[in-house]
Write a protein that binds this ligand. Structure first.
Ligand code: ZN
Length: 230
């Protein structure tokens, strides 16, 4: 158990004893791109602390439409409500960059958190930052254009990925942004015209990060400051 990967930022904020106690109850979970888990309405049985890779929490509508609610990389964990109280999931999780997480039973994490002020502080800090992000996401979706939101989404994925090339189909991007595939195609062309990215056959290459930041709405800076500066 001692040789399992521990690259999650929140785990590294813990003192060695608290971290060791937590890791005793965790197991490795490798995930591939395209893997999905969690049905809306299910009890959250496990919480995943991401070491590397990206998991998106996606809201699913009854008519089949969907949109990403939030994205988790090595800065966070899934199932943020369930470390405090038993909860049902309101989202489905899509792994869009292969990686690894440490998995713990939600009930066990609640037990450990009730015994450790240090652990509670770290979990609460991330939960609060995510709450602020979610409060900004609704107005962003209502006010800002699809190319702006697409640029923001790419910046956030780029922050959590290794390298400048992201593999994702138009269908996947449409699911994340809550738009039609043709709208994704138009937004990609808009961003490509600025020199920020190139996009072809399910591959987005970040060519000019500064240009992508200029193309994004202001929400990228606001949201990442809260999440990353924990
Ligand atoms: Zn925005």
């Amino acid at each position: 158990m001692t040789n399992i990967s521990q690259r999650n930022d929140l785990l590294s904020q813990l003192d060695p004893q608290t971290r060791a106690d937590l890791i005793l109850s965790m197991s490795d979970f490798d995930f591939e791109a395209g893997h999905e888990f969690g049905e809306v309405g299910d009890d959250i049985s496990h919480i995943y602390f991401v070491n590397h890779g990206i998991i998106s929490a996606v809201a699913m509508m009854e008519d089949g439409q969907s949109a990403e609610a939030y994205m988790v990389g090595c800065e966070g964990f899934t199932g943020v409500t369930a470390w405090q109280v038993p909860s049902e999931t309101s989202v489905r999780f899509f792994c869009h960059l292969a990686g690894n997480a440490l998995r713990i039973k939600a009930a066990k994490l609640r037990e450990l958190a009730s015994e450790s002020e240090a652990l509670r502080a770290v979990l609460a800090g991330y939960s609060a930052a995510l709450q602020i992000e979610l409060e900004q996401t609704a107005p962003c979706n209502a006010i800002h254009s699809v190319p702006q939101r697409f640029a923001k989404w790419l910046l956030r994925a780029h922050d959590r990925a290794n390298g400048d090339t992201l593999f994702m189909t138009q269908d996947f991007l449409a699911k994340m942004l809550g738009v039609q595939r043709t709208t994704v195609s138009d937004a990609a062309q808009t961003l490509a015209a600025t020199g920020a990215i190139s996009y072809s056959r399910g591959k987005v290459h970040i060519k000019n990060r500064s240009a992508l930041e200029r193309a994004s709405c202001e929400c990228y800076v606001a949201q990442e400051a809260d999440i990353v500066d924990l």
